[in-house]
Design a protein around this ligand. Structure first.
Ligand code: DAT
Ligand code: MG
Length: 144
């Protein structure tokens, strides 16, 4: 039996500030298992495509600049109810609104530089995971 998966990125600010270890510790301590992970840097075309849904928003250019300015950690995570539980763990988009103890409350500087990405649906988790990883880079813990 395979459990649910979600996709995350520890964004450039998290890498720059040296928060990768602390954030990964929080993620694994919260019951998520790492299925795939890498340090990588998105090109401008990558970030534009990844965030295409926001292309008409006023912050799109800023978002693409930010997401491409340095390396990120991309990862696929596995847990029962992964997508929803991970959104709870990261907290609200704006760290000012994020609950105490959430990753964004602890590590995000602003709504524009908010430390971490979490997929917003199971469908997008699969699309976003496949954007960054080939099938053979995704570890299988369980037989199907
Ligand atoms: P989330 O990352 O919580 O899913 P989203 O999908 O609405 O949020 O937006 C994607 C990213 O775009 C978000 O993590 C940071 C940036 N963003 C969203 N709203 C913004 C705003 N009002 N000003 C600046 N950046 C924003
Ligand atoms: Mg989103």
């Amino acid at each position: 039996m395979r459990t649910d998966r979600t996709f995350t990125m520890l964004k450039p600010d998290s890498v720059e500030k040296g928060h990768v270890g602390a954030i990964l510790e929080k993620i694994t301590a919260s019951g998520f298992r790492i299925v795939a992970m890498k340090l990588t840097q998105m090109t401008s075309d990558d970030a534009k495509a990844f965030y295409a849904v926001h292309s008409e928003r006023p912050f799109y250019g800023e978002l693409v600049e930010y997401m491409t300015r340095g390396p990120i950690i991309a990862a696929i995570l596995e847990k029962n109810n992964a997508m929803e539980d991970f959104r709870t763990l990261i907290g609200a988009t704006n760290p000012a609104d994020a609950a105490e103890g959430t990753i964004r409350k602890l590590y995000a500087a602003s709504i524009g530089e908010n430390a971490v990405h979490g997929s917003d649906s199971d469908e997008n988790a699969a699309i976003e995971g496949a954007f960054h990883f080939s099938g053979r880079e995704m570890f299988c813990y369980f037989r199907m």
